[in-house]
Design a protein around this ligand. Structure first.
Ligand SMILES: [Zn+2]
Length: 161
């Protein structure tokens, strides 16, 4: 079966940046990544690159920021109370943090720390980067109507609704 909208795709991927530095890999024993294709769970360029691949196919491709996580922009700067930040170690400029928002936990990067608040760049940590992917498609299957409605897999029976 070829990857198309509303198919569950299970794949291994290796992601590196322009200097060849490894950002993330699910090869070498990690759980494969699974997502529902065509539902904006993955960057647009990623979905476009692997569309119509089938089980067992491998592909190497690169995405520019505009096709992936966008450009790093000052408009994503927000002032956040420090109590909403999750982080390890002391807070300082450049530190990666997680922010508890009404929409869930979002990643961000500290720009400036004050007494009670911090200025945080809410751009995705991969924003502004060219991304280089190696992928291997492990499985492709059609999602059920219920899975499409929920936007996630019920294969492991872990859905509470
Ligand atoms: Zn569900």
């Amino acid at each position: 079966m070829q990857i198309n909208n509303n198919h569950f795709v299970s794949l291994h991927f290796r992601l590196t940046d322009d200097s060849g530095e490894l950002i993330e890999s699910t090869f070498d024993g990690a759980e494969p990544m699974q997502y529902l294709h065509g539902r904006q769970q993955m960057p647009r360029g990623f979905e476009a690159a692997i569309e119509s691949l089938a089980t067992g196919d491998q592909l190497t491709f690169s995405l520019r920021p505009a096709e992936a996580y966008g450009l790093r922009s000052v408009e994503k700067k927000q002032r956040v109370p420090i109590k909403y930040l999750t982080h390890e170690g002391p807070l300082s400029a450049g530190k990666q943090v997680h922010i508890n928002t009404k929409q869930g936990i979002k990643p961000g990067t500290i720009i400036k720390v004050g007494k009670f608040n911090a200025d945080v760049d809410m751009s995705h940590p991969l924003a502004g980067k060219n991304l280089h992917f190696d992928v291997e498609v492990l499985a492709v299957r059609k999602a059920s109507a219920e899975e499409i409605a929920h936007g996630h897999s019920h294969a492991e029976g872990n859905c509470g609704h």
